[in-house]
Design a protein around this ligand. Structure first.
Ligand code: ATR
Length: 268
């Protein structure tokens, strides 16, 4: 049996096992997807064993950056953003890539064109890096707003886009608004990164948080008449890309979606 899994710390809450195991079962692939809770100081040892024992890994917080030094190859996009969330083990050669970018872009492209759109990204952390990179490769006009201005400035410089401080939010009129901050995430569900009067009916509003599925940010956006995109889409679409990279087979998308939604509802 092939072994796959998610490596992180902590990982108990990960939704990936149900999604990938449902897909393996549906396609009758003799594989199992596990959780590997690995502390940062144990990462080197774990990766040495992984080389002989594990066929593929999803990588999550806090290992997405540090893990790169244990890999044999990483693709161009993972190199550009400096973070890996997917590892494929091919005959003991470990190759890293980043499917978070695909996940976020697909969630957006399902409902809108990206090219030439005026897009406001809230936050400048790890998730923002992948998203801003994806958006700029598709020729969007991106502005990054972050509580800590220097981080927005740094990211904007790296990916050649604009930045501003959160205090200047009201000066912006984006066509697409994306929240990559943790504001509004369970258990602090009363928070929203923007006041409700910021939303205009024609905006497309995307929150990458999936706990809860409808954050206060999305609730207020919907009330204002905006089209909303929920965070589980990014999670699902990156999982689909991972699965296809590992197995070279077409992923059973609807089965994976159902497994994810069931688990999300069960956990909430
Ligand atoms: P991730 O990898 O999930 O993106 P991260 O790298 O810790 O996580 O980034 C979290 C983001 O949420 C940052 O942009 C952070 O802003 P700072 O750079 O100023 O820390 C933002 N964030 C977290 N809590 C926030 C809050 N209460 N108000 C505004 N922004 C917040």
């Amino acid at each position: 049996m092939q072994i796959y899994g998610v490596i992180g710390h902590p990982v108990v809450q990960s939704l990936s096992p149900v999604v990938h195991n449902a897909a393996f079962k549906a396609l009758e692939i003799d594989a199992s997807y596990k959780t590997f809770d690995v502390e940062p100081e144990d990462l080197g040892n774990f990766m040495e064993k992984a080389r002989s024992d594990i066929s593929g890994l999803s990588v999550t917080i806090p290992h997405k950056v540090e893990i790169i030094k244990y890999l044999d190859k990483i693709d161009e996009r993972a190199k550009k953003i400096g973070a890996v969330n997917t590892i494929k083990n091919k005959n003991g050669i470990l190759k890293g890539s980043n499917k978070d970018i695909d996940g976020a872009m697909q969630a957006l492209e399902e409902v809108t064109e990206i090219s030439n759109k005026n897009i406001l990204v809230l936050g400048a952390g790890g998730a923002a890096r992948a998203i801003v990179y994806g958006l700029t490769t598709k020729n969007a006009k991106v502005t990054i707003l972050n509580r800590t201005l220097e981080k927005a400035q740094q990211l904007a410089k790296e990916f050649n886009c604009n930045f501003d401080s959160l205090e200047n939010l009201k000066k912006h009129t984006p066509e697409i608004l994306i929240n990559t901050t943790s504001v509004g995430m369970s258990p602090n569900t009363e928070g929203s990164p923007v006041p409700k009067d910021f939303f205009k009916p024609q905006m497309i509003v995307f929150d990458i948080i999936y706990k809860p599925l409808i954050t206060k940010f999305l609730k207020q956006a919907k009330k204002a008449g905006c089209q909303i995109i929920t965070g589980e889409k990014m999670l699902l679409y990156q999982a689909i890309k991972q699965f296809e990279t590992w197995t070279n087979q077409k992923a059973p998308v609807e089965i994976m979606r159902e497994a994810l939604m069931e688990e999300l509802h069960r956990a909430s």
